[in-house]
Design a protein around this ligand. Structure first.
Ligand SMILES: C[S@@+](CC[C@H](N)C(=O)[O-])C[C@H]1O[C@@H](n2cnc3c(N)ncnc32)[C@H](O)[C@@H]1O
Length: 255
């Protein structure tokens, strides 16, 4: 299995059982911090309008895509490397009757022939999986219309040397994390303008504590739930240590 192939994601972090577990914490259709509520909050920053075209990179099982289409009337294409995600997302899309506004595609965002341009490229907590950031941002500039908006959130890391524990966590997950300032530089170097890079770690901590408390209150008493809670407690400690951080990023394609 090649590192970062669809098989890698489908059989490791985003196996069907893994997706179901993540939904237990994030809520139906979401695999990113804060679920529906945080997604709605982030989307309010984007000035979305009816009829515009949005690309969601790493759309998962479609939570953000459905929200963009249903709440704003935008046309949304979602792409995700995981077959599992697209299979579940396509089913949920049908259930919600959003097929006229939403199209979901399986594929690697770095390899896809997009064949169109978008007014907005949106992504929630996906780029941590992508090691070739200059290539990623260059592809996004090419698919964005002139003046189009790039909007994403992502896991980041703290400044300074990292503890062995944090380094081991990042290596085990094969993540590629940056500090918020490094991310700003990468985005600017790719030629984007009006770059806003905000460290949202305080909010991230609040969200993770809330998610852990909600899960604990359900008293599921299953091995999966216990594993999840262990994972969330470890994440909260990494955040409190200042090593795991969270960034929100907005940038414009010039033109
Ligand atoms: C943490 S999940 C976020 C899912 C979704 N954005 C959400 O908010 O619910 C990360 C997603 O990125 C996808 N992904 C990772 N690398 C990718 C790539 N190169 N191209 C497309 N999708 C990718 C994974 O399969 C996974 O669904």
């Amino acid at each position: 299995m090649t590192k970062f192939s669809s098989q890698y994601f489908d059989e490791q972090q985003y196996a069907q059982s893994g997706i179901a577990n993540y939904e237990l914490v994030y809520g139906r259709n979401f695999i990113s911090p804060g679920g529906k509520e945080t997604s709605a909050q982030f989307l309010r920053l984007l000035g979305l309008r009816s009829g515009i075209k949005v690309l969601d990179i790493g759309c998962g099982i479609g939570g953000c895509v459905f929200q963009i289409a249903a709440d704003y009337g935008a046309y949304v294409d979602g792409i995700d490397i995981s077959h599992n995600m697209i299979e579940i997302g396509s089913q949920r899309c049908k259930e919600q009757g959003l097929e006229d506004k939403v199209k979901l595609y399986q594929g690697d965002c770095l390899e896809r022939e997009y064949g169109t341009t978008y007014d907005v490229v949106h992504s929630r907590d996906v780029f941590l999986h992508i090691h070739e950031k200059p290539r990623l941002f260059s592809i996004i500039r090419n698919v964005l219309a002139p003046g189009g908006l790039l909007a994403f959130t992502d896991y980041c890391r703290g400044e300074g040397p990292l503890s062995t524990k944090f380094d081991t966590y990042v290596r085990q997950r094969e993540y590629c994390l940056h500090t918020v300032d490094e991310y700003r530089d990468l985005i600017e170097r790719a030629g984007f303008v009006d770059v806003k890079a905000e460290d949202k770690t305080g909010y991230f901590l609040e969200i993770n504590r809330r998610e852990l408390n909600r899960l604990a209150a359900r008293n599921l008493n299953t091995e999966e739930a216990d594993d999840l809670m262990r994972g969330w407690r470890a994440k909260i400690l990494r955040i409190q240590d200042g090593e795991q951080r969270w960034g929100w990023f907005l940038a414009r394609n010039p033109g």
